[in-house]
Design a binder for this molecule. Structure first.
Ligand code: HEC
Length: 134
């Protein structure tokens, strides 16, 4: 026989395990990029830092400014904003090297973690929003 029984079974089991892991954390790439580019300010748990860095966990800003977020990630924000009743006025640098797919992944990781339960971004939506950044 060309393939032994074991030779097919083991990769099959590995695939199934990978699927289960994907299911429990669909935005793993978003998590990796978040930890690399965002967590040093917003922290691993999205809590932010006092009056300097706004939170992402439970932040009312996310739903209220959904259409603005892709541009904020890419080009930064230098504004005076209110998040959960607190005023923030420090500047956030953007990460211009992020692609639309990476931005969608990061935002979807944020939207579905730390108690956040917001609808995910579609890739074509993020692409369109990025074309209209000011
Ligand atoms: C150098 C620190 C810093 C880094 C790095 C950073 N941010 Fe921010 N972020 C801020 C600050 C400060 C503000 C408020 C900006 C303002 O007031 O204009 C902010 C605002 C935001 C907001 C809107 C307000 C809110 O809390 O909902 C979002 C969303 C956000 N950041 C997400 C991200 C993501 C995602 C990344 C990584 C790609 C990131 N930030 C990287 C400091 C940072």
């Amino acid at each position: 026989m060309l393939f032994s029984k074991k030779g097919i079974l083991l990769p099959l089991i590995a695939c199934l395990l990978a699927l289960v892991q994907c299911e429990s954390n669909p935005y793993r790439e978003g998590e990796r990029l978040y930890k690399m580019n965002c967590a040093n300010c917003h922290l691993d748990d999205g809590a932010g830092l006092g009056a300097l860095i706004p939170p992402l966990a439970g932040a009312d800003y996310l739903a209220a400014h959904r259409e603005r977020l892709p541009c904020i990630l890419k080009y930064g924000l230098k504004d005076t904003i209110v998040v959960n009743g607190t005023v923030y006025a420090e500047a956030m640098p953007g990460v211009q090297t992020l692609s639309a797919i990476q931005i969608a992944n990061i935002l979807n990781y944020i939207n579905t973690n730390w108690g956040n339960n917001l609808p995910p971004y579609r890739l074509d939506e993020v692409r369109a929003l990025l074309e209209d950044c000011e």
